[in-house]
Unconditional design. Sequence first.
Length: 314
Amino acid sequence: MQVIYHHQEVNKKIERGIALGNFDGVHTGHQKLIHHLLQRCKLKNLQSCVYTFVSHTMPVINNKSSLQYITNIDQKKKVFEDLGIELLVLDAFNKALMALSPEEFVEEILVKELNCKEAVVGFDYRFGHKAKGDPLLLKKLGEKHGFKVSIIDAVKIEEEKVSSSNIRQYLKNGDIEKVNLFLGRYFSLHSKVIHGDARGTKLLGFPTANIFIDAFQLIPKAGVYATLVKVGEKFYKGATSVGIKPTFEGKTSSIETFIIDFHGDLYHEYIEVYFVKRLRGEIKFSCPEDLVKQINEDVKQVKNHLQYGLNVLK
């Protein structure tokens, strides 16, 4: 998959089918849209393209602080590539782009720059100055400029609409199993292992891998989770703690994982932590010994759930 960061750099001679949207999470609703795009591109011999932005559009539109994202850019790239997209255009959503009217956006970017012959959008897609453009207007403009527009309805799971906002709320509530159901995959964090306070190794006897937390990355509710941990190309079972470590009077959130049956130094290496199930909330223990007892119990629960409940990594 080719990745381009400025729409002006795209080869204008290639005819394309284009999926449009923010795609935060690239959830099952987004995936339905992408699958439809790929079918249309195959039918009409078009290059499959996703046109989106490096950062979410809402903070710029609302003039507010940045919105925390479900899936960072690197993970988005991987999901789009795995789905079979050929070209990903990651534009900068700035004041100049925001000032374009819906008609100008279609004519200047979709038609002249991206050579759009097929567009696929969600039912709630908005575009152009003050988000005045909607899918019906895009259809009319498509008829004018010679490209077809497909509008994809919402996906529902268990009678609930799949949306990025719903997934964000489930993450905040710690309902990781619902998050995974809506994403169509395990929610994961891919980040660098950093130095922590070393209590896991020196005091508790459970060495942990602490990962860097991007301030704009939405993380699950504080608690302990059964996780899968990808180190290099190998997967391990993990017990992951999210929170401030109240037993030790912590003040800032951290994410640390005891990687079961792993031995080695991971500092400054990148790992990916896949959240499978929330085991319990965050607890303040009266002494480290009580915490150690609970960690032993957490590890047993992780093994039971991943080995016998999911039948993975036996």
